[in-house]
Design a protein around this ligand. Structure first.
Ligand SMILES: [Zn+2]
Length: 425
């Protein structure tokens, strides 16, 4: 079995404990041994990587990925991409995510029914490079909800699937489970850029959410909800939705309900997209109308306040920022960690824990992923510098000296920088 010994590294183990100098031995797909003493691990025949003091940390988890989004400013155009081109684009994007240190992603919706499933299967079969991936259904939405891009007298394919009433939602959910998704995605609330369904509007009803949750429960799948309004958060919690996206406009009752469900739910506020839509989209020629900008600003402020409160109450908050738009493109995902520090008051170390240990729990692999720990899966990053002091380092691809998934290098450590030595001993 292949053995790789990382020597002379500073371990940030994903638990929040202080970094320590040491050595880490990887055997096959797992972390075999960890030592805090130099030269303590011997592994005859192992490949030795001299880290030169670089940081060794768990690979990051993206909680709200959209590998099939085309980095466009116009979501509706996703429906115009033919399936063949769209498959290739999604294949490219999962590689981009891995190239940027994300060794696991939970998809937050596939832009066509089978894109996520096909790409996940190809990654798992070793046919294409990409992170561990949990595949989502397309967004299931109602007429006039986020994702209904149809116009009267004008047919247009959407990135979403439109259903009305519990029977249609049940049929759609069963269909996507048949096709192999891990997660069913619903859009119970609107969004600021949808005139017919704004963020404070709750557009799905109780019976529709219940129908999707019933299908998920009976088939061992999870439901993820786009839930910005307070009522949509409560509706999700009443019916067993486990992954809550946004939850930004939660009121006191919604916060109480989230706390009561803290052992089974995850919240990802997706700060990235809101922040860049407000402050950076204009650099890309996209300026939100003034009323939308004002609403986004208010949502970001309340959302940050709510996330701080939820964190104090023990709810798991995860980075993951809806990257996949022109002004918030795939590959910049690690910027969400910076937002956690700047907007939510996290220490850099706490932001790393959220992206690693908690992320692994979201991936349903909490007892074997997301930590540098003996017996755990060897999804590791070798980082030039100390991200536990400054998480912005993680946004610089060049400072990710090595990227390992399942004990195999996706990116090998560079030769000739004193950071790499190969020897049989
Ligand atoms: Zn999204």
């Amino acid at each position: 079995m292949t053995q790789i010994l990382f020597r002379n590294v500073t371990v940030v183990d994903g638990t929040g404990e202080p970094p320590f100098r040491g050595e880490v031995l990887v055997q096959g797909s797992r972390i075999q041994a960890i030592s805090r003493a130099a030269g303590a691990l011997s592994a005859p025949g192992a490949e030795v990587v001299d880290g030169g003091g670089a940081t060794l940390m768990p690979g990051m988890v993206e909680a709200h990925a959209h590998p099939s989004f085309a980095n466009t400013s116009d979501l509706a155009s996703l429906g115009d991409i033919p399936p063949e081109e769209h498959t290739l684009l999604t294949m490219k994007h999962v590689r981009v995510l891995l190239d940027h240190g994300f060794t696991s992603i939970l998809s937050a919706a596939s832009a066509k029914p089978r894109l996520d499933v096909v790409i996940r299967n190809a990654i798992n079969a070793g046919e294409i490079p990409g992170p561990r991936m949990l595949a989502a259904s397309p967004e299931m939405t109602v007429t006039g909800g986020l994702g209904d891009v149809r116009l009267h007298h004008h047919h247009r394919d959407s990135f979403a699937v439109i259903a009305d009433g519990p029977d249609e939602f049940r049929r759609a959910a069963r269909h996507f489970v048949r096709e192999g998704v891990d997660t069913l995605k619903i859009n119970p609330s609107g969004d600021e850029f949808v005139p017919s369904a704004r963020a404070m509007h709750t557009v799905m009803n109780e019976a529709e959410v219940a129908a999707v949750c019933e299908v998920a429960r009976s088939r061992g799948r999870r439901v993820a909800g786009h839930a910005r309004s307070a009522e949509s958060v409560k509706m999700c919690l009443r019916n067993g939705v486990e992954i809550l996206y946004h939850a930004t406009l939660s009121d006191a009752e919604a916060l109480d309900m989230l706390e009561a469900a803290k052992d089974r739910v995850f919240v990802a506020p997706t700060l990235g997209i809101t922040y860049t839509s407000l402050y950076e989209a204009k650099d890309y020629g996209v300026t939100p109308p003034r009323d939308v900008a004002r609403a986004l600003e208010a949502e970001l402020a309340l959302g940050c306040e709510n996330m701080r409160a939820l964190r104090r109450r023990g709810v798991r908050i995860l980075p993951g920022g809806d990257y996949g738009f022109t002004w918030n493109p795939i590959g910049r995902n690690a910027r969400d960690l910076e937002h956690f520090v700047d907007l939510l008051g996290y220490t850099p170390m706490d932001a790393i824990v959220a992206a690693t240990r908690l992320g692994a729990q979201l991936m349903m692999l909490g007892d074997e992923l997301g930590q540098v720990r003996e017996g755990f899966l060897a999804d590791l990053l070798l980082v030039d510098g100390d991200p536990s002091k400054d998480v912005r380092i993680l946004q610089d691809r060049d400072r990710l000296l090595a990227i390992m998934k399942d004990g195999q290098f996706h990116k090998r450590p560079p030769a000739g920088r004193g950071a790499y030595a190969l020897a049989a001993e």
